[in-house]
Design a protein around this ligand. Structure first.
Ligand code: AMP
Length: 529
C-alpha cells in the first residue's frame, strides 16, 4: 500500500517523516542523514545533483548551484526584498514576462517551483527507498507567514514532481501538532520558529486534541542567513581594511566565506571561541592572501543582537493579536536550526519569562508534525486531533480612490468563507472588475496584489439592479478561491482570473509534461523502459 509522508521543505535544510504506527519517525536520506540541504546543482557534465552532493559543488560551481530557493518562490523579480538578495546570490536570476523570477543554471532556465520540485522529488525518492513502497501523497509545510502566491507555488512544485498535496500546513502548527500529540499536555503554547530564511511565531491553544491557533505573525526575510550575512559583511570589511581588495565581487571567495562563516556560527553555539581559517582566498601582487580570524561568542552576539530583538517585536505583535500577555503562555517551543544559538534561547526565555521546552529537535519536529497531519487526513489516527489554523494576512478588495476594504481579517480561523454583494454602476454593464489584495494597509497600493477577477456575462439591466454575490474562500491550505453567483438568475457567474503572480494552469502542465519526458528519457537511456 502506498504510504503518505510529511515534508518540511526548508530554506536551507529539508526533512521528511512518516508515521510508524502512532509514532512520527524521520526518514534518513540516501546518504543516511536526517536532514537534506535544500540545494540543487547542475554540473558541467549535464548532471543534476540534489542535497549534500549539490552543496559540495557550491564552492567550485557557484553559478550553477541553487540554494535558498524558498526565498524566491512566489516573489516578484523587482520587489524590494529581491533587489537586496539578488546582489548576494552567486547564481543568475532573470525576470519572467509576468514579473516572476526565473533562475538560469546549467544552460537552462528554471522557475523556482521547478528547483523546489527537484528537492521534493529527491525526498520522495528517499522515502520510497526507505519504506520500500510508492509514495504519492504528502503534507508539505510552509512558514505561517507565507502568502497566497508562495503557498500556491509550493503546491505547484509538488505537482511538478508528481506528488499529490494532501494539505499545506504551517510549520509552527506542524511543530505544535507533533509536540502536543507526544506530550498530551493542554495549555497555551508559543512556537518560536527561526529557520534559515524565515521567522514565524504562532500562539496556539491545545485542548483535548483540538489545536486552535490564536494568532500568527512573522517575517519571511529574517532567518539564519541574516546572521551569516552579518559575519560575512564584517569579514569583507576587515579584508578591505587590511588589503584594499573587495572580495564581494569574487564569487568563489564569497562562497568559501559563506560556508566558513556558517560553520563558525554553528560552532559558537557550543564553544566560546572559534577560528575562521581560509587559506589562499585570493591572490594579489604581493602573492596569495589568506583569512585567519579568531572570533568569540560575545562578538557574534553583539553583531546579531538586533536581529533577535526584531523577532521579539514580532512575538509581541502575535501576543497582542491573540489578546494575551506572556504570563498566559504555558510552554515555549523552539523550532528551526537558528534557535540553537544560545543568545536566541536566552532572549526568548527572558522575554517569555520561562525556559523553552526541552527534548525537542528543532530540525525534525516540523516534518514529524506534517507526517502526523498526513495520517490524520487519511483517517488513520485513532485519537481526536483537530487542527484549527488561521490566515496570516487580511484579505480584501480595492475600493474607489485606491482604498482597501478588508473582507477576511488576519488571524481568522481557516477554512474561512465570506460573501459580498456586488452590482453594476452603469446601465447594461456586462462586466465588473474586482481587484483582490492581501495585507493590512488601508491603501490598496501598499498591499500585495493577488489577482483581478472579472465577472463577465452579466445580463443587461439598469445600473445597480444586478446583484452578484462574490464569495471569498480560504481553504485549509490557506489558498484563496473566488466564486460568484448572480442572485437574480441563481446562475453561477463566470469569472476570468488574472493572477498577479505564479504559473498559469497551462504553464504548469507544460512543465509537468517536460519533466515527464525527461524522466522517460533517463529511463530510455538506462534501458529501463
Ligand atoms: P532550518 O531552516 O530550520 O534548517 O535552519 C537552518 C538555519 O539554522 C541555518 O541558518 C543554520 O546556519 C542555522 N543553524 C543550524 N545549526 C545551528 C547551530 N548549532 N547554531 C546556530 N545556528 C544554527
Amino acid at each position: 500500500m502506498a504510504e503518505v509522508i510529511g515534508i518540511d521543505l526548508g530554506t536551507t535544510y529539508s526533512c521528511v517523516a512518516w508515521m510508524n504506527g502512532e509514532t512520527p519517525v524521520v526518514i534518513p536520506n540516501l546518504e543516511g542523514n536526517n536532514t537534506t540541504p535544500s540545494v540543487v546543482s547542475f554540473t558541467s557534465g549535464g548532471q543534476r545533483l540534489v542535497g549534500l552532493p549539490a552543496l559540495r559543488q557550491a564552492v567550485t560551481n557557484p553559478e550553477n548551484t541553487i540554494y535558498s530557493v524558498k526565498r524566491l518562490i512566489g516573489k516578484k523579480f523587482n520587489s524590494p526584498e529581491m533587489e537586496m538578495i539578488r546582489k548576494k546570490l552567486p547564481y543568475k536570476l532573470m525576470e519572467a514576462p509576468n514579473g516572476d523570477i526565473l533562475i538560469k543554471a546549467g544552460n537552462e532556465i528554471y522557475t523556482p517551483q521547478e528547483i523546489s520540485a527537484f528537492i521534493l522529488s529527491y525526498l520522495k525518492e528517499c522515502a520510497e527507498n526507505y519504506l520500500g513502497t510508492k509514495v504519492e501523497e504528502a503534507v508539505i509545510t510552509v512558514p505561517a507567514y507565507f502568502n497566497d502566491h508562495q503557498r500556491q507555488a509550493t503546491k505547484d512544485a509538488a505537482a511538478i514532481c508528481g506528488l499529490k498535496v494532501l494539505r499545506i500546513i504551517n510549520e509552527p502548527t506542524a511543530a505544535s501538532l507533533a509536540y502536543g500529540f507526544n506530550t498530551r499536555k493542554n495549555g497555551v503554547v508559543a512556537i518560536y520558529d527561526l529557520g534559515g530564511g524565515t521567522f514565524d511565531i504562532t500562539v496556539l491553544e491545545i485542548h483535548e486534541g483540538i489545536f486552535h491557533v490564536l494568532s500568527t505573525s512573522g517575517d519571511t526575510f529574517l532567518g539564519g542567513d541574516d546572521f551569516d550575512n552579518r559575519l560575512i559583511s564584517w569579514l569583507l570589511e576587515e579584508f578591505w581594511r587590511e588589503h584594499h581588495i573587495d572580495l564581494s565581487q569574487d564569487k568563489f571567495a564569497l562562497q568559501r566565506i559563506k560556508e566558513a562563516v556558517e560553520k563558525a556560527k554553528r560552532e559558537l553555539s557550543f564553544t566560546p571561541e572559534t577560528e575562521i581559517n581560509l587559506p589562499f582566498i585570493c591572490s594579489s601582487d604581493k602573492g596569495s592572501l589568506h583569512i585567519q580570524k579568531r572570533i568569540n561568542r560575545s562578538f557574534l552576539e553583539n553583531l546579531t543582537h538586533d536581529l533577535v530583538e526584531r523577532t521579539l517585536t514580532i512575538c509581541q505583535q502575535a501576543l497582542n493579536d491573540a489578546g494575551l500577555t506572556t504570563s498566559r503562555i504555558d510552554e515555549v517551543i523552539l523550532v528551526g536550526g537558528q534557535t540553537r544559538m544560545p543568545l536566541v534561547r536566552q532572549m526568548v526565555a527572558d522575554y517569555f519569562g520561562r525556559q523553552p521546552a526541552a527534548r525537542i529537535n528543532p530540525d525534525e519536529i516540523v516534518a514529524m508534525g506534517a507526517a502526523l497531519q498526513a495520517k490524520i487526513i487519511k483517517g488513520s489516527v485513532d485519537d481526536l486531533v483537530l487542527l484549527l489554523d488561521v490566515t496570516p494576512f487580511s484579505l480584501g478588495i480595492e475600493t474607489e480612490n485606491g482604498g482597501f476594504q478588508k473582507i477576511i481579517e488576519r488571524n481568522t480561523t481557516i477554512p474561512a468563507r465570506k460573501t459580498m454583494a456586488f452590482t453594476t454602476v452603469e446601465n447594461n454593464q456586462r462586466r465588473v472588475r474586482i481587484h483582490v489584495l492581501q495585507g493590512e494597509s488601508e491603501r490598496a497600493e501598499m498591499n500585495k496584489s493577488l489577482a483581478t477577477f472579472d465577472l463577465v456575462g452579466i445580463d443587461p439591466a439598469p445600473a445597480g439592479v444586478p446583484q452578484i454575490d462574490v464569495t471569498f474562500e480560504i481553504d485549509a491550505d490557506g489558498i484563496l478561491r473566488v466564486s460568484a453567483r448572480d442572485v437574480g438568475t441563481g446562475r453561477e457567474q463566470k469569472i476570468e482570473i488574472k493572477p498577479a503572480a505564479g504559473l498559469l494552469p497551462e504553464e504548469l502542465q507544460e512543465i509537468i509534461d517536460r519533466r515527464k519526458k525527461e524522466v522517460k528519457k533517463t529511463y530510455d537511456e538506462e534501458g529501463l523502459l
